[in-house]
Design a protein around this ligand. Structure first.
Ligand SMILES: [Fe+2]
Length: 251
């Protein structure tokens, strides 16, 4: 008999859900270099956070201190010098995981004039993590992106789901068609940043917008929310594990 009702999709087998993030291999977004942004304040805290991420299954951490001249006087040299100290400290503790360094670049006119001409800290295949204001696109956004690409880098926009001023996936897809990539914040799916962000993350995931995902870890609270997500939310973990486009594993 003809039915108006669509066949229900079979319920996912939650017993297949991973209990940690080892299926990703690497995290590509965090604030673990001590004392230079709003992340870890000192070496001991960095060690605790790095230990926590290792226990959550990550084998490699590419940490990304903010480059945002209005708030932090971070230059390429300052970031790499401080990272070298952190890396030495972590190596001495023999945690058995690899650390890498890049930066999360805030895109504005200062970036274009004072940062970009000196070269950028990238990860993997010349990927550059970028963010914009939560209030709206910076003036000349497409030109800034083009400027980054002209130097051979591939821009990766951090947490598009957190930009509530732009909810039209087609805008992001347009940028994607011109070579931009996108990185999900893992905690967005847990509702940590609110239900609006959570729903956008789910919908962008469904649209297969993302190529990377990261913890964007700043402090212990993020760590405990990630633990809770891994243990208590098999439906999210399964969705993440089944997503076919993560490039984290290549890093
Ligand atoms: Fe970040």
């Amino acid at each position: 008999m003809f039915s108006f009702f669509k066949k229900k999709e079979p319920a996912p087998d939650l017993s297949l859900a991973p209990k940690d993030f080892s299926f990703l291999g690497a995290d590509m977004h965090s604030h673990l270099v001590p004392g230079i942004d709003d992340g870890a304040p000192d070496l001991e805290t960095s060690l605790q956070l790095i230990r926590g991420l290792h226990e959550l299954g990550f084998k490699k951490l590419i940490t990304t201190p903010h480059t945002h001249l209005d708030f932090y006087d971070n230059t390429r040299e300052k970031i790499t010098d401080n990272f070298t100290k952190l890396n030495r400290f972590i190596t001495d503790h023999r945690l058995g995981l690899e650390l890498g360094i890049a930066s999360e670049y805030f895109l504005d006119s200062l970036f274009q004039n004072a940062i970009l001409p000196h070269g950028l800290l990238s990860f993997g295949d010349k990927y550059v993590l970028v963010e914009v204001s939560m209030a709206g696109w910076p003036r000349g956004f497409s030109d800034i992106i083009f400027g980054i690409q002209s130097l051979g880098y591939t821009p990766v926009l951090a947490h598009p789901e957190r930009y509530l001023f732009e909810e039209d996936v087609r805008v992001y897809q347009e940028h994607q068609s011109r070579g931009m990539l996108f990185a999900l914040n893992l905690l967005s799916l847990s509702g940590y940043y609110g239900t609006g962000v959570q729903h956008l993350a789910e919908s962008y995931l469904k649209s297969e917008l993302y190529q990377f995902c990261g913890t964007d870890l700043h402090h212990e609270r993020h760590l405990s929310r990630l633990r809770r997500m891994a243990t208590n939310h098999p439906e999210i973990m399964l969705k993440l594990a089944e997503y076919p486009h993560w490039r984290n594993t290549q890093l």
